[in-house]
Ligand binder design. Structure first.
Ligand code: PLP
Length: 542
């Protein structure tokens, strides 16, 4: 493809009106998809793909063509072959998981990044790539109201990782190395090696039972044990200090050495916020556990820290070691852009720096520059700072705040509608960060009795969760679970909207997240109407 051909192909990929005339003779369904037209009509598409597994192999030839094809022929296959197998994450009717917002300025960043392709593992590979990353992550740390210790001007700094899971695996390796290095201080040779390996076998990483599975996976990668700390519905599923303390003591009594904890701002299932002040106090009051690395996983909800009304959530972070937030979830930046901040960058570089002769250069050797390869697991890296820079400049701080506040307001509206239908639904945990988690209510005549010996789940009235399964027996929970699951499955099978479910403390719940950039009140209203209609149908069939 030469420059002229690229010009035409790129225009046609972005804007349908630029299609070559011959293609415009085609029927609309066989027209190739251009990005702008895709976005302009996305809400009319079935949101979740319903192809059968293996559908694509049947549509593709058994190997690549002997001779190259024309772009127009390649592009046609986007609509015909790829589109049926896409779930449309950018659709306003996508209310599942957490969002993965994509925006035009961010796409432009991706385009330039692809054009400049330079796997900038060290500063010299492209000084602009490294330096822009340092600058925009300092900007970001400030607008997220993070403590100054996470800025590159001090001992800390930020680095862009591919995902929150990668960030956790990376800091867990750094935590392990820091812990073992301190434990083997002043030892040399075989003595050091033996002690290192003895302790290695006793290391345990901790997370709450609501932590994302990436912490357990990181422990696998880091070769450490993993223990999860219990949480309760009474505490809104937050990790609390007493449970953290109890787990530390339990580990110590078993001869294990806790070296790492993930604490979460916005858990995946319910957007719970751990009790950071209590976790901080446990760390500060226990000299024997002072070297434990505490990581704040704020993959989704960390975006809300741009708004002053959420800034207080970051007030205790200065005693924690690292913080990670995915701009590629809620902050208008295309996947991938996971922003990891550490308090002491030397912890990362001491653990991950290996410098073979072919990577040496005077700038790095003299410590004058940052080499981000020492802050991550891979060597090469993409120019991801560009899209973050474009997003921050296009929206401005006020634009980002407005974006977050709009979704929080929509989430509160949705939760309000759910609350008004106590005859049909129960809110399970406090709605937060545009997420509402709820179950079906059993018909009232069933919920009113509490048979002898049945478990009662406590009602948490003080926090607006006035109807957490009041006086519910195990048998009733099972029946409510079956009904909720049935409603959830019917809705997703119909494909007009896409939701996810989760099982919280044995309770099957539906999650609705209203944080997609294109989601407005009308889309949420439609989702709510679908919920009511489907629920009534399911109940009628009982
Ligand atoms: N942490 C939390 C709280 C999450 O919700 C998720 C995913 O949704 C992750 C970590 C993992 O994110 P990633 O896909 O960036 O690894």
């Amino acid at each position: 493809m030469n420059s002229d051909e690229f010009r035409k192909a790129a225009h046609s990929a972005i804007d349908e009106s630029m299609f070559v005339p011959a293609l415009l003779q085609l029927k609309p369904s066989s027209l190739p998809v251009a990005v702008i037209d895709y976005y302009d009509t996305i809400q009319d598409r079935r949101v979740v793909s319903n192809v059968e597994p293996g559908y694509l192999r049947k549509l593709l030839p058994s190997g690549p063509p002997e001779d190259g094809e024309q772009w127009a022929d390649i592009q046609k296959d986007i609509e015909a072959k790829i589109m049926p197998g896409l779930t449309h994450w950018q659709s306003p009717n996508f209310m599942a998981f957490f969002p993965s917002n994509a925006t035009y300025p961010s796409m432009l960043g991706e385009l330039y990044s692809a054009a400049f392709t330079a796997p900038a593992f060290n500063w010299l590979c492209s000084p602009a790539i490294t330096e822009l990353e340092t600058v925009v992550l300092d900007w970001l740390a400030r607008i997220l109201h993070l403590p100054d210790c996470f800025l590159s001007e001090g001992q800390g700094g930020g680095v862009i990782q591919g995902s929150a899971s990668e960030a956790i695996a990376t800091v867990m390796v750094a935590a392990r190395e820091r812990y073992l290095t301190a434990a083997c201080e002043n030892l040399e040779g075989k003595e050091k090696e033996d002690k290192w390996n003895q302790i290695m076998g006793r290391l345990v990483a901790l997370g709450s039972e609501q932590s994302h599975s990436s912490t357990a996976k990181a422990a696998l990668i880091a070769g450490a044990r993993y223990r999860s700390i219990p949480c309760s519905l009474e505490d809104d599923l937050a990790l609390i200090g007493d449970q953290f303390q109890a787990t530390l003591e339990q580990c110590a009594s078993e001869g294990l050495e806790p070296f790492y904890l993930t604490t979460t701002l916005g858990t995946t299932a319910t957007c719970a916020i751990d009790r950071f002040d209590e976790i901080k106090a446990v760390k500060q009051n226990n000299q024997s556990f002072h070297n434990i690395w505490i990581h704040v996983d704020a993959a989704y909800a960390g975006a809300a820290l741009v708004c002053e009304e959420y800034a207080h959530l970051a007030k205790d972070f200065a005693v924690f070691d690292s913080f990670d937030m995915n701009m590629h979830k809620w902050l208008l930046t295309n996947f991938d852009a996971s922003c990891l901040f550490v308090r002491t960058r030397k912890d990362l570089t001491s653990a991950l720096s290996i410098t073979p002769s072919y990577l040496r250069n005077p700038f790095s050797d003299n410590g004058l520059v940052t080499d981000y390869r020492d802050w991550q697991i891979p060597l090469g890296r993409r120019f991801r700072a560009l899209k973050i820079w474009f997003v921050l400049r296009t929206y401005g701080i006020n634009g980002l705040k407005a974006h977050i506040r709009k979704h929080i307001m929509l989430g509160e509206k949705f939760a309000g509608w759910v609350r008004q239908r106590e005859d049909l639904f129960r809110i399970l945990t406090p709605p937060a960060f545009a997420l509402t988690v709820f179950t079906l209510a059993l018909p009232t005549h069933e919920g009113s009795q509490l048979p002898n010996g049945d478990t009662e789940i406590k009602v948490n009235e003080g926090l607006g969760t006035s109807n957490i399964l009041p006086k519910t027996s195990t048998d009733q929970i099972e029946r409510a679970n079956a009904l909720t699951k049935s409603v959830y499955e019917s809705i997703n099978a119909a494909g007009e909207i896409f939701l996810t479910s989760s099982v919280v403390k044995g309770v099957y719940a539906i999650r609705v997240v209203s944080a997609n950039e294109r989601t407005d009140e009308e889309h949420l209203r439609k989702a709510f109407d679908i919920l009511i209609k489907t629920t009534k149908e399911v109940l009628r069939k009982q």
